[in-house]
Design a protein. Structure first.
Length: 318
């Protein structure tokens, strides 16, 4: 497998150095490494450029991670593209594991290795429970992916390898959150197959200040929007699609109640109300009448569930 590595960067500081070191340590070397500096002002890219003379460094005006990844895709030469966020890192066999899983699989368009969560500076895994796939669930189509998402399974941007020929229109630049899951679902809706490797080869950082994984209201709304965006591509939305859309609409509204402003909650309600199941809507409407009290109770419930389950970031229902 020949693979291009794309790393979007914005003010990543010393963490970029750790990410690049993990790429350099791969037992299966990529054909190229493309670092997209998305308007950084902290000098992080200049600090590492001299240490990696064979890497391609591209600077652009700040446009966000989706646009930065699209710039990398446009410059990539490999048959596959592996993405790594500048605050995450790979174990040395990440690309080798991906290559072994993809060997002889012409239908696969997405491959994800399993990830761990970690804090800085210890770089030690953070305990996290969640839905995991068994040995019979390691290859799936769109409905299979939706079913896994419904049960709480997901993977991150730094864990995926994507077939470059499928990335003709890239990531949706207009999305603030959820552009990664929107792309994955869009590829599956077009007939691609996803393969999953249960080997842990990715370390996903959860302590990034203002990181997307810490913005629960934003990420849940982004997931809802991502799912709704692929609806028009489906000939007939499946039962699991409808269930997941209802669940994510309710989750996005409750997350906005817990962590958003009154204005954002009103906006989220206007966006999700037609997708919320009637019974859920009857339960939610009284909460909207007392948003301050409801938000406080919802934050307490969400934090309790995270503490009970050892969850981090944007995992689990609010």
């Amino acid at each position: 497998m020949n693979v291009s590595v794309v790393i979007p960067v914005f003010n990543s500081g010393h963490r970029l150095r750790q990410a690049l070191a993990s790429v350099a340590a791969q037992t299966l070397a990529p054909v190229e490494v493309i670092v997209i500096d998305d308007g950084s002002v902290d000098g992080s890219v200049e600090q590492v450029r001299a240490s990696h003379p064979d890497y391609h460094f591209v600077r652009q005006v700040r446009r966000g991670p989706a646009a930065a990844r699209n710039t990398g895709i446009a410059r990539a030469r490999g048959d596959w593209v592996a993405f790594l966020d500048a605050d995450d890192h790979w174990r040395k066999d990440h690309l080798a594991q991906a290559s072994a899983m993809l060997e002889g699989s012409d239908a696969a368009g997405i491959l994800s290795n399993r990830m761990d969560f970690f804090d800085d500076p210890a770089l030690a895994p953070v305990a996290s429970r969640g839905y995991e796939l068994d040995s019979e669930q390691l290859e799936f189509d769109l409905d299979g992916m939706l079913g896994h998402l419904e049960r709480g399974f997901y993977f991150c941007q730094s864990s995926v390898v994507l077939r470059r020929s499928l990335l003709v229109d890239g990531y949706c630049v207009g999305m603030d959150w959820g552009e990664d899951i929107e792309l994955f679902l869009r590829l599956l809706a077009r007939g691609a197959v996803c393969k999953y490797n249960p080997a842990r080869t990715v370390s996903y950082r959860v302590d990034t200040p203002n990181g997307l994984s810490r913005n629960y209201a934003g990420t849940t709304l982004g997931q809802f929007r991502a799912l709704k965006m692929i609806g028009p591509q489906l000939r007939e939305p499946s039962p699991v699609y409808r269930r997941l859309l209802g669940m994510l609409s309710r989750r996005a509204l409750l997350a906005s109640l817990a962590y958003g402003s009154r204005q954002s909650t009103a906006s989220t309600w206007a966006e999700t109300r037609t997708s919320i199941a009637p019974l859920d809507k009857a339960l939610v409407l009284p909460l909207l009448a007392v948003p301050t009290v409801a938000g406080a109770l919802q934050r307490m419930r969400h934090q309790y569930l995270q503490s009970r389950d050892g969850r981090v970031g944007n995992q689990g229902p609010p």
